[in-house]
Design a protein around this ligand. Structure first.
Ligand code: NAI
Ligand code: MG
Length: 351
């Protein structure tokens, strides 16, 4: 065995374990075929763990994860536990402590896939979302609780360092793709942080003047993603704008059940984390009908990050081939259940 990757597996809640199982079988098969090793390290963290121990993960959780090469994450979220507990007790600490300041969320149209758009041909974009600061900050508070004067305040935090590094990452990515890059802003309304964002983005753009840069207001951008998504390739945005626009972008190609993502530490000083964009889907959990392809595509992003480009490409091609031939689950109008999708995927990979 030439090389072995140590992967932390955190399936989490709801459909998380159902879709992680499928993706892991595909990765194991690819590892065997391509001659590398995968050492899965299982963590049963999530809402069940919380009900038992009052925490989403043990106190030593982050230290245990720090020893691994990557983290493969399903979903968290349970109807009876606040999202503030589940997300801020597990997912957000991992993103922040491990310097995963890039959140990559691709959206690509594949022939044969019916989405809500009349003309989805040629949609192939990737959202580069700032993942560590911005609007999702802990600065602020509630004041005058219970009084008629009660108010809440939440400060957005934008640092020069934070804007520079996310924009630079997006620029390098754009150079590997079409050379087109769009910065999303709202400097006509958010006059302090977003004008700062524009200024720093312009400085980075000047250092990468071989690329074609555009700056688009977030409101106009949401319309463009519906009306002419093909005009965009790499899209760099703040934490909040990226969160919203990536759901919109994934909806244009068909289903949340297809949207993959990576939380990347580009300097590789700590593991990166790969996860489907969708949540734990309590409405369909346990029925065996979840679409596993978002989790599978997230595994492909992970393999690419680990340097297994050939395996990553084969996995992406296998997903495309299933979509093209209509071997899909019910959310995409197909007839397969999760197990059936797994069998179809492994069959494509074995051809
Ligand atoms: P969701 O993504 O879990 O589900 C939204 C809708 O899409 C549901 O109707 C669901 O059945 C469907 N869906 C999602 N993934 C699917 C798949 N793979 N195959 C077929 N259908 C699929 O979002 P929702 O319902 O807003 O949130 C449920 C829980 O998940 C909440 O507790 C939420 O906080 C959490 N959540 C966790 C995330 C994470 O772990 N990264 C991300 C988003 C939500
Ligand atoms: Mg979201």
């Amino acid at each position: 065995m030439t090389r072995t990757h140590r992967i932390a597996s955190i399936p989490g809640d709801g459909i998380g374990p159902e879709v992680v199982d499928v993706a892991r079988s595909a990765v194991d098969l690819l590892a065997q075929q391509e001659g590398f090793g995968i050492d899965w390290i299982d963590f049963d963290w999530g809402s069940e763990f919380y009900r038992r121990y009052g925490r989403m993960m043990p106190e030593s959780g982050l230290d245990e994860l720090a020893e691994t090469d990557a983290i493969f994450f399903g979903a968290v979220g349970a109807p009876d536990i606040s999202d503030a507990v589940t997300l801020w007790g597990l997912l957000i600490p991992i993103r922040r402590e491990f310097g995963q300041y890039v959140n990559l969320r691709p959206a690509k149209h594949v022939d044969g896939l019916a989405g809500p758009l009349k003309n989805p041909d040629g949609i192939d974009l990737i959202i580069v979302r700032e993942n560590s600061e911005g609007e999702y900050s802990e600065l602020g508070g509630r004041f005058g609780r219970g009084t008629p004067q009660e108010f809440a305040s939440q400060d957005a935090v934008f640092s020069r360092h934070g804007i520079e590094r996310i924009t630079t990452y997006a620029a390098h990515l754009a150079r590997k793709r079409s050379g087109r890059i769009t910065s999303v802003t709202k400097s006509n309304g958010i006059i302090h942080s977003m004008t700062f964002w524009d200024e720093v983005v312009n400085e980075i753009a000047a250092e990468h003047d071989d690329l074609t840069w555009r700056s688009v207001l977030v409101d106009a951008m949401s319309a463009e993603l519906v009306l002419k998504p093909q005009s965009h390739d790499v899209i760099v945005c703040s934490n909040l704008f990226g969160d919203i626009l990536s759901d919109l972008a994934s909806a244009t190609i068909g289903s949340l059940g297809l949207a993959a993502s990576g939380n990347i530490n580009p300097e590789r000083t700590a593991p990166s984390m790969f996860e489907s964009v969708h949540g734990s889907a309590p409405d369909i959990a346990g029925q065996g009908i979840a679409n596993p392809l978002a989790q599978v595509s997230s595994a492909a992003m992970m393999l690419d990050h680990l340097g297994e480009q050939s395996a990553a490409k084969r996995l992406n091609d296998a997903v495309d081939s299933m979509l093209r031939s209509g071997q899909v689950t019910q959310d995409l109008g197909g007839s397969l259940d999760t197990k059936g999708a797994e069998e179809a995927l492994l069959a494509v990979l074995s051809q």
